[in-house]
Design a protein around this ligand. Structure first.
Ligand code: FES
Length: 163
C-alpha cells in the first residue's frame, strides 16, 4: 500500500506548468477559439462537435496484478480520495458499501492532477474541469474525454486496483 491521500486534501496535487497548459490548449481549445473567431459558422459547428464531451470510459477487466491502494475503512461510503498504485495516480469513489470505483487522476485536458471534489465530482484545478465520480465523464470542460477507468474491488480490508 502506498501514497494514499485523505479525502478533500487537494493541496498535494502536482500540476503541469502554465507553459504545459498553454501547449495543451493548442489542441482542441485553440481550435475552438479559432473556429469561433472565424467567418465560416458551418466550420464552427463541426469544430465544436469534435470537441464535445464523450461517454464514460469502458470498465476494464480485472486483469494484471492487483495492488492494494487503501484500506476500505479509510474510504467512507459516498466519499472520494486520491491514491496511487506505483506511478499511477488515481482518484477513488465509493458509491456503496460493496463497491469502489477507480479512475486515472490525469486530467484528459492537459494532464494536471485531478483531485477529489464535492458532490460526487472530481475536480481539475488547472482549468476548472469537473468529472462525474460515478463514471468519470466530463460534467464541464475544457476537458472533453472521460477519465480512464481501472478495475477495482474490495477484498477483505483492502481496496485493490488492477493496473
Ligand atoms: S488540465 Fe486543463 S482542466 Fe485539467
Amino acid at each position: 500500500m502506498e501514497n494514499k491521500t485523505p479525502v478533500n486534501n487537494a493541496a498535494a496535487a502536482e500540476v503541469a506548468s502554465p507553459a504545459e497548459h498553454d501547449a495543451a490548449h493548442q489542441g482542441c481549445c485553440a481550435s475552438r477559439r479559432a473556429v469561433l473567431g472565424g467567418a465560416v459558422m458551418g466550420a464552427a459547428a463541426l469544430g465544436l462537435a469534435a470537441c464535445g464531451p464523450s461517454g464514460p470510459a469502458e470498465i476494464p477487466e480485472a486483469t494484471g496484478k492487483p495492488e492494494a491502494v487503501m484500506k476500505v475503512s479509510d474510504l467512507a461510503v459516498g466519499s472520494q480520495a486520491s491514491a496511487a498504485a506505483g506511478q499511477t495516480k488515481l482518484v477513488l469513489f465509493r458509491p456503496s458499501e460493496k463497491e469502489v470505483l477507480a479512475f486515472s487522476a490525469v486530467c484528459t485536458h492537459a494532464g494536471c492532477e485531478v483531485s477529489p471534489g464535492s458532490e460526487n465530482r472530481f475536480h481539475c484545478p488547472c482549468h476548472e474541469s469537473w468529472f462525474k465520480a460515478e463514471d468519470g465523464t466530463v460534467i464541464s470542460g475544457p476537458a472533453n474525454a472521460p477519465l480512464p477507468r481501472f478495475a477495482c474491488e474490495i477484498k477483505g480490508e483492502d481496496i485493490l486496483v488492477y493496473i
